[in-house]
Design a protein around this ligand. Sequence first.
Ligand SMILES: Cc1cc2nc3c(=O)[nH]c(=O)nc-3n(C[C@H](O)[C@H](O)[C@H](O)COP(=O)(O)OP(=O)(O)OC[C@H]3O[C@@H](n4cnc5c(N)ncnc54)[C@H](O)[C@@H]3O)c2cc1C
Length: 379
Amino acid sequence: MTAPHQSDVLIIGGGIMGCASAFFLRQRGLSVTLLETDLVGRQASGTNFGNVRRQGRPLYQLRLANRSIAIWRNARELLGTDVEYLQRGHMRVCYRDKPEIAAKMESYALDAGQADLDLEMLSGNALRSRFPFLGPEVLAASLSAQCGHANPRLTGPAFARAAERLGAVIHENCKAVSAEKDGGDFHVRTADSREFRAPTLLVTAGAWARTFVEGFGETAPLTSRGPNMCVTEPLPYAIGPSIGVATPDTVESIYFRQVERGNLVIGGSMQNQTFPEDYRVYIDPANSLGQWRQMQRLFPAIGRVNIIRTWSGIESYLPDDQPVMGPSGAVSGLFYAFGFCGAGFQLGPGVGETMAELIATGATGIDLSHYRIGRFAQN
Ligand SMILES: Cc1cc2nc3c(=O)[nH]c(=O)nc-3n(C[C@H](O)[C@H](O)[C@H](O)COP(=O)(O)OP(=O)(O)OC[C@H]3O[C@@H](n4cnc5c(N)ncnc54)[C@H](O)[C@@H]3O)c2cc1C
């Protein structure tokens, strides 16, 4: 029988959270092994829309989002490859039948300014002259010029390969099937009967984290849904910012961005059913048609452009729409970063840097109190 593989930190899950954590842990000199059931960055982290937006989050999350955007801006140099991060802005718009949303956006912009997120409110001629393609229903907008979008298919693997160049060991097609603490070390077994040991275990298993959480006697009521994505044939490149509708009405919550090759990527509105145990999510064609109707309201000039592909991915949710991030409340040496809902792609690099800091030094300047696993414990 071969001896178990030993490292300082063992990571279960190779999405953007796990891969970025591996990268920053190696930067801090800790030895790292990462186990991934599938290929790195192929699940939520590789199927998402690609928004690198900060607005629309709770204000307490902006410090983490700011930490992340600083990494996004430097991604090419840091990772040695282009992840197509375009800092061309992110804009939220609201419709005339919901003027109260404009008031909320205005008040959020004032508060966000205190947290280093500059938002420009636009309406009337100022909005129409800069964004003449917006439909007549659009009343006002909040523009963050310092945000943007990136290519999700490139980002997780880019962190993984950069982590490997720094010495991280990454096992793809390697599913962790059990994890327990035995003496001072965590002991993880894989589906192909390999054994890995480490004094620190980081669970970044996205929508699949629950098994491990419950195995260590904790609770995380994790569910999943499949946001619907479409991409159109290419059009002349003209739209820099990623644009979305701010609304409490899920059906009209559409968003889109244009990549430099010209295609429009569209997301939002209704979601698909997921089957995480089978690694499956099936597109309901009605969701794509519904998105198209909403796009015609937001951007009537889209006319009769063809959709060339639709897809979805498995996005994990917790009841308060916030992740679990930080140390376990029950087992020393155990850490979690999962359940990032619809905002985890932007946060990923900052989460990796923060988890590495926390694991390597025992502390972080980022306030993790909102993300404690203990918030779901039964009283
Ligand atoms: C369609 C869609 C659109 C989205 N749009 C955006 C957006 O525009 N902007 C934004 O900020 N966020 C967006 N999100 C959310 C964002 O993608 C996620 O919050 C983020 O990618 C979560 O990263 P993760 O590493 O936690 O999860 P994942 O990327 O799902 O990674 C978890 C990994 O763990 C692996 N794993 C699970 N169990 C095991 C095991 N037992 N052993 C080994 N490995 C295991 C899985 O195979 C998987 O690769 C979107 C999500 C989806 C699905």
